[in-house]
Every structure is written in structure tokens, then in C-alpha cells.
Design a protein. Structure first.
Length: 325
């Protein structure tokens, strides 16, 4: 009987710990500690994103890159100190929006010093920027804490690259607890935004190291890219729409491009090389925009909770680029 009671007590303790853990990340986490926080963030996004709509794509990309390295802890925002930080890693050299996040942080700090994390500001501003530009809404439970470690090597190793094949993509997403459905849906964010030629020019000029072109890329599309946009393999200034003609509209057009073999990146084309992901792409195209929005929201909510720091983990940074002294 005594052993049974002890086991029961241990189960109760475990349940309490699990419940406490989840209670730290919740909708309206700042309702009492900083009730105006989410409104401040939304208002700033609403006021400024229309002047720079491309920032919506930049912010959701920042959120993605942050979550894939040490979880969604704002470590992508930290400056290099004694070691090179994530923001200096090759995948992050073209990430934009750091100043935007800093400006939001300063407003929130003025309202509630030391309360709202930079990690939560990234998550909320990414969602709000997409909504303000006409895209889907998703729930963003808050209570994330900021990380204090940021390493270039980890960003290089963990952020999926545009040249990844299916196996590499699947492994990268699985390492973060994301499945093939999440891979397809989160890739849908490529329906907005732009890319530099150097992120895919090897597909046009030197795919296998023999001066050849990627056979999985539509030949007419490749010809247009070489003629009108990326005129040499080393062009690191010209920008190209990831979803031509629809880069500011969050819609299903990206998946149409993928099916037509006009996905800009090798990682886009890779979605057609697996029966499961190819079927998911087809299902999305045969469904409605409302279904896409709903499913995309679920994957964003899932991604936003990757290895979050809660409770006494990490800290609430005073300045997003610096660990508290």
C-alpha cells in the first residue's frame, strides 16, 4: 500500500510538472504583467509594414531561422562577441528585420521594462506582419524566454539550405520535431518574398559541377532566369521573386509553380521527389485557400513551440542584440 501511494504521489508530481511547463507558454501570457504588449507590437507592424511589405517575408523567415537553432529563443538576434553568432552564419547573412525588432523592443520596454522577451516579439511580429498583408492568422502562445548562447556553426548546421534534397530536408525537419506535412506547409511561405540569384544560380549554371543545368527545373523558366535575371553564377545583387507575379500575396500560387517545375530552389523541387510530399502538394492545390490557411496555421503554431525556454530558463533581454550584463 505504501509503495502504491508513493507511486501515485510521483504520478501527481509528474502531472503537476507537465502542467506547469505548458502553463508557462500560453495565449495571453502577458495579460497581467504587460497587458498592452501584444497591441503595441500589432500597432507598430500595422503602421510600418505597408511601407515595406517585403518585411513580412523577412520576419517569417527570421522566425523560422530562429526556431531551427536552439529552439525559438531569439538567439538569432544576438551580436557576435567572443564567438561568431548565428546572424553571421551564411544562411543568415541575408536575413532582414533586425532593426524592426529592435524598434518594437524599445517600445515594449518603455511600457514594461524587462517583461517581454525578444523571442516572443519575433513570433508575434512574424504572425502580425503576415496577417496585416492579407495572409493567414495563427495563434501565438507566449511566455518564451530569451537564450544566452548563439553560435554560427549551429546555424550553419541546422538551418535547411535552398540546395537541400528531400532526404536532407526530411532529416532537418525531423530534428526539430516537424513532419512531412509541416515541411510542405512551411515551404508554402515561399509564396511571398524574394531571393538573391546566388541562392539558386548553381541550378542554372553548374548543377553537378560540370557546367550543366538542373534537369528538374523547367527549361523555359531557366532560360528566362538566365536571360533576364541571373546572367552569371556569381550574381549576388540581383533579386528574384520566389513566386513570380504573386510575391506580395499569400496564396496557393507557390504550389502551382512547384508542380510546373518552376520552384526557385532545389528544396522546392524536392517536394515532388517523394510520394507523400507530392501528394500533399496536390491535395493543397485541389483544396481551398481557407484549407491552406488553416493547415499552415497549425504548422506555424507547432514550429513556434520548438524547444522554447520557459520558467527560469534563459532570460528576458533588455536589448535583443545583447545578453544582459
Amino acid at each position: 500500500m505504501k509503495m502504491r501511494n508513493q507511486s501515485y504521489f510521483k504520478v501527481l508530481i509528474l502531472c503537476f510538472l507537465v502542467a506547469s511547463t505548458h502553463a508557462q507558454l500560453q495565449l495571453g501570457f502577458y495579460a497581467k504583467s504587460c497587458p498592452k504588449a501584444e497591441k503595441i507590437i500589432l500597432n507598430f507592424v500595422h503602421e510600418h509594414i505597408h511601407n515595406a511589405p517585403s518585411l513580412a517575408a523577412a520576419l517569417i523567415r527570421m522566425h523560422f531561422h530562429d526556431c531551427f537553432v536552439r529552439g525559438c529563443d531569439g538567439s538569432i538576434l544576438l551580436n557576435s562577441t567572443t564567438n561568431q553568432a548565428e546572424k553571421n552564419a551564411p544562411p543568415n547573412l541575408t536575413v532582414r528585420g533586425f532593426d524592426f525588432i529592435d524598434r518594437i523592443k524599445s517600445l515594449v520596454e518603455a511600457e514594461c521594462p524587462g517583461v517581454v522577451s525578444c523571442a516572443d516579439i519575433i513570433a508575434l511580429s512574424a504572425r502580425d506582419s503576415i496577417v496585416v498583408t492579407g495572409g493567414p492568422f495563427w495563434k501565438v502562445p507566449t511566455g518564451r524566454r530569451d537564450g544566452v548562447v548563439s553560435k554560427l556553426q549551429e546555424a550553419t548546421q541546422n538551418i535547411p539550405a535552398p540546395f537541400f534534397n528531400f532526404t536532407s530536408l526530411q532529416t532537418s525537419f525531423a530534428n526539430q520535431g516537424l513532419d512531412l506535412k509541416d515541411l510542405v506547409l512551411l515551404s508554402g511561405a515561399h509564396t511571398i518574398g524574394i531571393s538573391l540569384c546566388t541562392s539558386f544560380s548553381n541550378r542554372l549554371y553548374n548543377f553537378t559541377g560540370k557546367g550543366d543545368q538542373d534537369p528538374s527545373l523547367d527549361s523555359e523558366y531557366a532560360k528566362n532566369l538566365k536571360t533576364l535575371k541571373c546572367k552569371n553564377i556569381n550574381d549576388n545583387t540581383t533579386i528574384v521573386e520566389m513566386d513570380p507575379g504573386s510575391r506580395n500575396t499569400f496564396d496557393l500560387s507557390y504550389y502551382n509553380q512547384v508542380v510546373k517545375r518552376r520552384g526557385l530552389f532545389q528544396s522546392d523541387s524536392a517536394l515532388l521527389t517523394n510520394s507523400v510530399t507530392k501528394s500533399l502538394v496536390t491535395q493543397l492545390l485541389h483544396g481551398s485557400i481557407e484549407i491552406f490557411y488553416d493547415e499552415f496555421a497549425k504548422s506555424m503554431e507547432k514550429m513556434g513551440q520548438i524547444k522554447v525556454k520557459i520558467g527560469s530558463e534563459g532570460e528576458i533581454r533588455k536589448h535583443c542584440a545583447l545578453v544582459n550584463s
